[in-house]
Design a protein around this ligand. Structure first.
Ligand code: SF4
Length: 315
């Protein structure tokens, strides 16, 4: 797979673009995730023409449509940044991004819970950075996260799963449109979808089953929307245990009673939080090879990302 393209707040790459002339290098993003990502850096404050260093800014007024204002001299930078941001998101359409990693707590780049000050100088953590809001409105289905949330192993895993899946879906989009390509993609991803939402698994299964009755354009559009919506829902140990049990059904009559017992035990330990998901997944992968189950071999759920990202390793 070619590298996945992600937008990123420039300071997270170690560039000295912050108001104080510094940066916020995040080594996981550059050294680990960076192995399979091509980053497209965006610094709203510098790209809209502000200097480094510069006076720091914050959001104020209405949390739903705040203004971005310099803290000491009270210059309102909102119109300048909005004008630039509208042009920038239009340019980013050409980049084929699979997501964006924002800098947390920034009045320009933060995606959630940014402080917005009222006229008495009291903050409420309900704002969205000026550029981040325009970006997310423009690309509502693109996976987005901030570097702070990506320290949480579950949120990190979910984000990585979504960007990898979107990249594979884009590969389908780059080929000639055909029902067969959608069906094939769905067949490989159905257990991944089940791990996020049994409801979407059913809805998407129904959509694919009546693929031949739908105009191709509608099929692609509906499938893409459902895919991105489904993966936004978090997996849980209970949902994953359900998928693991579902997979046991594929070995009907093949697993010995010891093997079955071991798999049930390991799945139960995982569900209770004693061991990470990678343990039952590794065991199932072993049985898939041993009993040659082609329908499971192709499941993205069993082998979703690069080993170096060390996902599914937390209990
Ligand atoms: S948080 Fe955003 S605006 Fe601030 S320095 Fe980083 S990229 Fe630039």
């Amino acid at each position: 797979m070619e590298r996945i393209k992600l937008g990123i707040s420039t300071c997270l790459l170690g560039e000295n673009v912050r108001y104080d002339g510094g940066h916020k290098l995040d080594r996981f993003l550059t050294d680990t995730l960076g192995q399979c990502i091509e980053y497209v850096p965006v610094c709203p404050e510098v790209e809209c023409g502000l200097d480094v260093p510069r006076e720091s800014m914050h959001l104020e007024s209405n949390p739903d449509s705040p203004r971005i204002v310099t803290i000491r001299t009270k210059q309102d930078m909102t119109d300048r940044m909005v004008q630039w941001a509208r042009k920038r998101v239009a340019e980013l359409e050409k980049e084929d991004l699979c997501g964006f990693i924002f800098k947390s707590d920034s009045p320009s780049s933060g995606m959630e819970r940014i402080r917005v000050y009222n006229e008495k100088g009291v903050p409420v953590k309900k704002g969205v950075g000026i550029f981040a809001r325009i970006f997310m409105d423009h690309f509502p289905l693109l996976p987005v996260e901030d570097e702070g949330r990506l320290h949480d192993p579950e949120l990190r895993e979910n984000f990585i799963e979504r960007i990898f899946t979107l990249k594979r879906w884009r590969e389908v989009l780059s080929k000639k449109e055909s029902r067969g390509n959608v069906v094939d993609f769905h067949t490989r991803h159905k257990l991944l979808i089940l791990s996020h939402s049994p409801k979407y698994y059913q809805t998407m299964g129904n959509l694919v089953a009546r693929a031949k009755d739908l105009p191709l354009k509608d099929l692609y559009q509906q499938y893409q929307t459902l895919l991105m919506e489904s993966l936004q829902l978090k997996t849980t140990p209970k949902k994953n245990a359900n998928v693991l049990q579902h997979m046991m059904g594929y070995f009907r009559g093949q697993l010995s009673s010891d093997e079955k017992q071991e798999l049930l035990e390991v799945t139960d330990f995982y569900r209770k939080g004693y061991i990470p998901l990678i343990v039952p997944i590794t065991l199932i992968n072993h049985y898939v090879r041993k009993y040659d189950r082609p329908c499971l071999k192709q499941q993205v759920y069993l082998n979703p990302h690069l080993l170096e990202l060390q996902l599914r390793n937390h209990a």
